[in-house]
Design a protein around this ligand. Structure first.
Ligand code: HEM
Length: 155
């Protein structure tokens, strides 16, 4: 089953909601990552340096926004082309950055869970549903697979 126009719409629609308050949702996203996997703290340069999660840190926001935005782009590509294609240079960079930071395959599940829960909170109980969850999940999984495959070339 391909990615449908409806699924793409659900992802785009919820991204519009997240965009309304990037500082808040970025912070929430990282809090959830550390709640699920406290050990992840030491991988992020901007988290290693302080006891608490820094408010308004540009690097923290950059990572959160990259994950959200690239997942969104994946959804669009899945619908248009049936697969996720990340530009070669971007993918090489992502492979290097993550291997260097000590990221391992299971971390992608942690980030997925945090991503889904952040969106759920942003959308609110009334509008949130399984379809939305699955659309984000599928778009994220395909992107994560591409990054993980690239990471194998950087050992
Ligand atoms: C860095 C994207 C998943 C940990 C980065 C950068 C990008 C990125 C673009 C470079 C940031 C920059 O140079 O501004 C993504 C995407 C992901 C993903 C799209 C999933 C689809 C993960 C996961 C982890 C992780 C699962 C581990 C929990 C890191 C770390 C850095 C990084 C530690 C270095 C940040 C720093 O210390 O400044 N990521 N990432 N990422 N990513 Fe990810």
């Amino acid at each position: 089953m391909g990615f449908t126009e409806k699924q793409e719409g659900l992802v785009k629609e919820s991204w519009e909601v997240l965009k309304q308050d990037i500082p808040h949702f970025s912070l929430r996203f990282f809090s959830l990552i550390l709640e699920i996997a406290p050990g992840a703290k030491n991988m992020f340069s901007f988290l290693r340096e302080s006891e608490e999660i820094p408010q308004n840190n540009p690097k923290l926001k950059a990572h959160a926004v990259k994950v959200f935005k690239m997942t969104c782009e994946s959804a669009i590509q899945l619908r248009e082309k049936g697969e996720v294609v990340v530009a070669d240079t971007t993918l090489k960079y992502l492979g290097t950055v993550h291997v260097k930071s000590g990221v391992k395959d299971p971390h992608f599940e942690v980030v997925k869970e945090a991503l889904i829960r952040t969106i759920e909170e942003a959308i609110g109980e009334e509008k949130w549903n399984e379809e939305m969850k699955n659309a984000w999940g599928e778009a994220y999984d395909q992107l994560a697979e591409a990054i993980k495959a690239e990471m194998k070339n950087h050992h």
